[in-house]
Design a protein around this ligand. Structure first.
Ligand code: SF4
Length: 362
């Protein structure tokens, strides 16, 4: 598919927009043209499914309806609303970007691609989405759906991450945008990829673009885009101590700059070569907090997959035995009553532990 020719517009853009008029998805962030809300939705949609994002988006914009409310919010409350959505750096970036904009006297997102692109956590696709969906400006986007549709239409069989294909994708996506219709075209491409030109079961027989589709003509639609071999995902064993002192439990706040930064957890860490799980637990607690504990018994083990690795989290019920905690390997620590735990943002794996703990403690 050559980008930008009148023939391509005739064979692709017009039927696509006709299809979109009938099949447009009704999504909560489509009911607004507010660039702030579109920005929130786009950040949430990075690496997360639409259905998962919906309730989070609604809660988030209800609590933080505009840039100012987000800028003034407590980070912990932002993380609490993000709890379970994963990739918490996105929430921290949103908050920081809101603070930066408000500090620069912007009451709302600027209608300026370069300034948007310079915000923390905003890449080319998110900036393109904010500009096109929020301001209807002619900027392309490249999410997984758009990439797949374009690679199939153009029968592009090379690695979609290669510089040459990336260049082609951006140029083609930009060239398809009709004057004054960036929002419609980009939404149409996304919806078309999400519903009709789906990854494993594209409905080519119903497709209004079939005549223009190179992959369809090749006879092997699923060969496009080329699947990239994934590296094997490493697995780590991690220990965590549920430390009790009287009625209270000890929780620690992860370092702001670390993965899952700003979230609370039961202290612990990664098993090192040659260690037993119990040795690992004693070492981690000593290194992180400079205290000693007595292990009472193993509690639950939780398996959890992150984007680039998997863990098994082995938890132990422990009693505090000596020392006042020092925040050496964490940003803060607290003794809390079990009933207070739900007020703190925890990573997903720890939430499973919390549920088991609620049953255990009655
Ligand atoms: S013909 Fe099939 S592969 Fe080609 S754009 Fe349509 S749904 Fe996608």
């Amino acid at each position: 598919m050559e980008a930008g020719t009148a023939a391509v517009k005739q064979r692709v853009v017009r039927p696509l927009l006709r299809w979109f008029r009938v099949h447009r998805r009704d999504l909560p962030w489509r009911r607004t043209a507010d660039p702030y809300r579109i920005w929130v939705s786009e950040v949430m949609l990075q690496q997360t499914q639409v259905a998962t994002v919906m309730p989070y988006y609604k809660r988030f914009v209800r609590r933080f309806p505009d840039l100012m409310s987000l800028a003034r919010a407590d980070l912990e409350e932002v993380l609490k609303l993000w709890e379970g959505l994963g990739y918490y750096r996105r929430a921290r970036h949103l908050k920081r970007a809101a603070e930066e904009l408000v500090a620069a006297d912007c009451g709302q997102l600027p209608n300026d691609y370069d300034r948007i692109l310079a915000l923390p956590g905003v890449g080319r696709t998110t900036a393109g989405a904010i500009m096109s969906l929020g301001f209807n400006r002619a900027y392309p986007i490249q999410d997984g759906n758009v990439r797949r549709v374009l690679c199939r239409l153009g029968a592009v069989g090379d690695d979609p991450r290669s510089a040459a294909v990336q260049r082609w994708l951006w140029t083609t996506a930009a060239a398809l945008i009709p004057r004054g219709s960036a929002r419609r075209l980009n939404e149409a491409l996304m919806d078309f990829g999400a519903t009709l030109c789906a990854p494993r079961a594209p409905r080519c027989d119903e497709c209004p673009l079939a005549k223009a589709c190179g992959a369809r003509h090749s006879g092997d639609v699923l060969a496009y885009p080329r699947r990239v071999q994934r590296r094997p995902v490493p697995h780590y064993d991690v220990t965590a101590a549920i430390i009790r002192r009287g009625e209270r439990l000890l929780i620690t706040k992860r370092r702001a700059e670390s993965m899952l930064g700003g979230l609370w957890e039961f202290p612990g860490g990664k098993l090192e070569l040659g260690e037993t799980l119990e040795e690992c637990l004693h070492r981690e607690i000593s290194e992180e907090l400079d205290i000693t504990v007595r292990i009472e018994r193993p509690f639950v083990s939780v398996r959890h997959a992150y984007s680039h690795f998997r863990i098994t989290l082995h938890t132990y019920l422990c009693r505090h035995s000596r020392g006042r905690p020092q925040a050496i390997g964490c940003d803060a620590w607290k003794w809390v009553r079990p009933a207070e735990l739900s007020a703190y943002p925890f990573p997903k794996a720890d939430r499973v532990v919390l549920e088991a703990l609620a049953s255990e403690l009655g």
